[in-house]
Design a protein around this ligand. Sequence first.
Ligand code: SDX
Length: 431
Amino acid sequence: MTSEAFKISNPQDDSSTELPLVDGTLGTPGVDVRGLNTKQGVFTYDPAFTATCSCKSDITFIDGENGILMYRGYPVDQLAEHSSYLEVCYLLLNGELPNATEMEDFRHAITHHTMLNESLVKFYDGFHYDAHPMAILTGIVGSLSAFYHDTTDIRNPEHREIFAHRMIAKMPTIAAAAYKHSIGQPKIGPKNHLDYAANFLRMCFAVPAEEYEVDPVAAKALDVLFILHADHEQNASTSTVRMAGSTGANPYAAISSGIAALWGPAHGGANEAVLNMLNQIGDVSQVPKYLEKAKDKNDPFRLMGFGHRVYKNFDPRAKIIRGYCHEVLEHYGMQNNKLFELALELERIALEDDYFVERKLYPNVDFYSGIIYQALGIPVNMFTPMFAIARTVGWAAHWSEMMADPGMRIARPRQVYTGYKLRDYVDINNR
Ligand code: SDX
């Protein structure tokens, strides 16, 4: 939908160009600059895409100023309270909440794709026991593109659906197997009678030697964390999946590129970095020292789990997770969890400090999530794989939305060239 145009004038010749404004249903409109190069001989310049819309999307809306996050129009706090991760997966993929029959069919489809091909399981043996699980996830998911030759017609909606179901279903099995590999224990397969989060916890913590009962409090907390991490519009890893998918690459390879992008400490890797940071700070008495380090431009230390490209207010996910921290820690008798107390004090002091207030740096989704993961017995190097499990549906939904667009083209940004002008080759003897 396009409304009035945006007029720009060229200072070099006083010519002007009208650029159409592209309005959405909510949020900031975009100026369609596609004609700028042919009409005015210039590109837009926006390193790190801080003000660039790469696409239109119906999936997720973020209002960074007011700390609002909605999946297909439903506020994430309502979904966290009333829905389940699998129902949110259906919503993100299909655009509507399912009725009872649709939900049962969807649950059956996901449940019956949770196992891994035994040939794929052999790939784990190629990794050393201390390989980071994100390296394993990147490799194993990329290797999925070597299977499923029967459904790689990315223009076929049915093939796109089965890909999404397989990816969502297999990620917990793949991640749990990576954890088992790292501790030298036998891999535990999925059980169809368990729900999504409970199945993952059992695949991580069950051993062949005895029965394992999943703690419903742990399963519920994990399901809420999965809901909160499910999608976040055009973040770095989702944009990576879109970029890779725009070439027509196999969707499993595109998801693998998203996992690799998520691993970075500026993105999904921040949840692991927060726990390492809290352990580094160690005690509330050290908080002022580390806040000074975070403010010092010459010091590489940053307050991990703080700040966000879009949220210039509280990340709504961080608020919900902070609330769950209290509930989970109390359930496990960890009310006096030192790291949580340190995190709360760090947040309190930082939000009274002009440096953070002026830059609108608030806790983000990664600041508190690790406190819960650790209380559930999940090791720190598995924190980012947890994020990857949850975000798989967001990546699949955005990939599917893009592939369904008949106007989809390969993504190919331009640059402002700042290198040498034309010069002739010089023989080595004359250099
Ligand atoms: C996720 O995009 C998404 O939606 C991502 C995500 C999702 O769900 O997909 O929400 C998940 O990735 C959350 C973010 C996790 N990362 C971290 O917690 C790492 C710590 N945060 C920062 O690295 C940073 O805040 C970013 C990467 C999150 C955002 O970086 P920006 O938008 O490029 O901000 P910036 O670096 O330009 O910072 C603006 C100012 C700078 O100071 P000045 O140059 O103005 O003096 O704020 C400072 C920065 O130095 N700053 C920080 C800081 N974050 C920003 N200073 C200290 N500690 C921090 N954490």
